[in-house]
Design a binder for this molecule. Structure first.
Ligand SMILES: [Zn+2]
Length: 655
């Protein structure tokens, strides 16, 4: 057993003989002083022993002072501590048998050393009787606590009792509006250039976050770094050269291609005209480029509705490409141009990305450039063919003997490294520390667009600085010897704006196994209000809390009812909500792996992804309150005896 012992200046001699006795039986003794007869304040030593008992570091405690009243009073201020005063062996037995005391208090002025030893032996030999005494011991908690406990679900109550979870309020209250503002004034300043993934501003942000973790005493998770490298590829399409049987086509002027084109080169691919997509089923188009007529709506050429069916059927029939021919591609061109030529970033993977639908290369060509294609074929000209189809006539699939498709994509690709920034706080409990609670926010934003810096103060500067404050609150607890029993990973991720890339990378390359990841709390945009909450900013949207674990939902609700009393708005938690926010931030990459999540969010506003998303517009008090709610929820998740259970079938389809 492990025993913590302490007392004031009346007790050193008795303390010494009790220690000798315990050590002779091979028990481990933690000495909390004092060892001198010089006057000291008994609460200092009593609190030290009580804290050992409260945290579960020892099996029981012993306190000694003149009458033993002062030490008992001090120790009993601690949650889960029952300090009982015993002046003879019989009382010592009862204090265990009936009251289940976990701190034994002995009055040094009124007992001899031999009697003191007898008191300890009597206490140690006796067992708690339970039964009616169990009920009474449960009721010892003070009236104010009892009121709170009455509202608690059983799981929380038992967890509280078993683990004697210490009071989170002093730590939660270190999450302050002022600190949040100080951090955000830096992270969302112009110097960080909108924190775009792969750009210098995002690197600066990563360095700022890492240095904050270091400054509050969090060690690098692997002994060396706070970063998890995220392998990315940046690419930009510059154009392409296409030609049909030696006649060149100009990119944008004469033809476009469907975004996401992967295959880079075609040479002399035979071209087969298809009038009706149903013909794809009965025509041998293997190795061919399939030519179809583009849709027209009010004279304007479009990518047609049903195009995906055509593409899928063509791909399944073994075609190499789909070529749409349209009357006038000018409108669609101006719409597509910025899309086609913008820089894009994706994860650098070995394996091809598994996606819905086909990736068959698809082009759109202006009909006026196709005159030479039709000669020597039964179709004569584009106009005639198009007219027949418009009239509903059936035109059989036709090979174009004089036309072969050639194409070469011109694109720049470059490998870049993004960084997730990890603040890892190892758990205090030698067993539970294997389990990890992950708290996330994305620190990247959209950078500079058309020369304007998009500072992303709300998206997601607000979540990022809240994670910094949560890290600091947990470290305050660590410094007070009350660190979380489970490990807590505070992770700010990169690449969210490019498609949740940083969190996807982490989920694919987890540093602590996903099986041992108990939950993910994700914060994205909590600093402002949306149009539905202009009158009262004390609210937060919660998304996902009840999807996988009913216990997580209860814990979250209770943390709010007990401490923060914000209006919890579940509007976006409905599976049929058209905004689909559940899929739109980093928690999704945990949820899809069956890890319970809560997404904290305050909704969108007029500055969403606009240059006006600035730190001056953030409501820091509101942000701090939501941060505290996250902390209280996290505290319970990290400290309760049993890991939360996954007991629900998610009604948000994942994967
Ligand atoms: Zn965001």
């Amino acid at each position: 057993m492990r025993v913590s012992i302490g007392g004031d200046h009346a007790g050193p001699a008795l303390k010494k003989s009790l220690t000798n006795y315990l050590e002779s039986l091979n028990h481990e003794v933690v000495n909390r002083g004092t060892d001198s007869t010089e006057s000291v304040d008994y609460p200092d030593h009593a609190h030290a022993v009580a804290a050992d008992v409260e945290s579960g570091a020892v099996d029981f405690g012993i306190l000694i002072c003149g009458s033993a009243n002062g030490v008992a009073m001090s120790a009993n201020k601690h949650q889960g501590v029952r300090a009982g005063l015993a002046w003879n062996a019989e009382v010592a037995q009862l204090v265990k048998q009936h009251n289940n005391a976990n701190v034994l208090c002995i009055p040094a002025r009124f007992v001899t050393e031999e009697e003191g030893l007898g008191i300890l032996k009597a206490y140690m030999e006796m067992d708690f009787e339970g039964g009616r005494h169990e009920r009474r011991v449960q009721k010892i908690a003070c009236a104010a606590m009892a009121f709170i406990l009455m509202c608690l679900p059983f799981s929380w109550l038992s967890a509280q009792n078993e683990a004697s979870i210490s009071n989170p309020i002093p730590y939660a209250e270190t999450i302050s509006a002022t600190d949040l503002e100080n951090h955000l004034m830096v992270l969302a300043s112009d110097a960080f250039e909108g924190r775009e993934t792969g750009e210098p501003g995002a690197e600066k942000a990563a360095a700022y976050i890492a240095s904050h973790f270091a400054s509050i005493g969090i060690a690098p998770y692997d002994g060396e770094t706070y970063y998890q490298p995220v392998d990315l590829v940046r690419s930009q399409i510059l154009g392409g050269s296409a030609s049909v049987s030696g006649e060149p086509l100009n990119f944008l002027d004469d033809y476009l291609f469907y975004p996401g084109i992967k295959k880079e080169a075609f040479s002399d691919i035979p071209m087969m005209v298809i009038g009706d997509p149903a013909q794809l089923l009965e025509t041998d188009v293997k190795g061919h480029a399939v030519v179809v007529r583009a849709n027209e709506v009010e004279g304007e050429t479009r990518w047609q509705s049903g195009l995906n069916d055509v593409r899928t059927a063509a791909a399944e029939a073994g075609a190499e490409a789909v070529i749409l021919v349209g009357n006038d591609i000018s409108v669609i061109r101006s719409r597509m141009k910025p899309w086609l030529t913008r820089k894009s970033i994706r994860l650098n993977r070995d394996e091809p990305e598994e996606r819905e639908g086909t990736r068959i290369p698809t082009f759109m060509v202006d009909a006026s450039t196709t005159d030479s294609w039709w000669k020597d074929s039964d179709i004569k000209s584009w106009k005639k063919w198009s007219k027949k189809i418009s009239k509903g006539q059936t035109v059989p699939p036709t090979l174009l003997p004089s036309a072969q498709w050639n194409f070469q994509l011109d694109a720049e690709t470059e490998e870049v490294e993004g960084k997730n920034v990890l603040g890892f706080i190892p758990g205090r409990d030698s067993i539970l520390r294997e389990e990890v609670l992950v708290i996330t926010a994305h620190y990247d934003h959209v950078g500079i667009i058309d020369g304007e810096i998009h500072n992303g103060a709300d998206d997601d500067g607000s979540g990022t600085v809240t994670v910094l404050e949560l890290a600091q609150a947990f470290m305050e607890a660590v410094d007070a010897g009350q660190g979380p029993r489970r490990s807590v990973l505070l992770m700010t991720v990169v690449g969210e704006e490019k498609g949740l890339l940083g969190s996807e990378w982490y989920a694919d390359h987890p540093i602590w196994t996903l099986e041992n990841t108990v939950a993910n709390l994700n914060i994205d945009m909590i600093g402002r209000v949306d149009e539905n909450h202009t009158d009262d900013n004390r609210y937060v949207y919660l998304i996902g809390s009840d999807k996988l674990s009913s216990e997580l939902h209860e814990i979250s609700e209770l943390a709010n009812a007990t401490y923060t009393n914000l209006a919890l708005d579940y509007t976006f938690n409905a599976p049929d909500d058209p905004n689909r926010f559940y899929y739109r931030s980093d928690h999704y990459n945990f949820a899809k792996n069956n890890i319970p999540v809560i997404f904290y969010f305050s909704g969108v506003h007029e500055d969403y992804h606009r240059p006006g998303d600035d730190p001056e517009k953030i409501m820091y008090d509101k942000t701090a309150e939501i941060g505290q709610l996250v902390f209280y929820t996290a505290w319970q998740l990290a400290n309760q005896d049993k890991r939360i259970e996954v007991d629900r079938v998610n009604d948000f389809p994942t994967k």
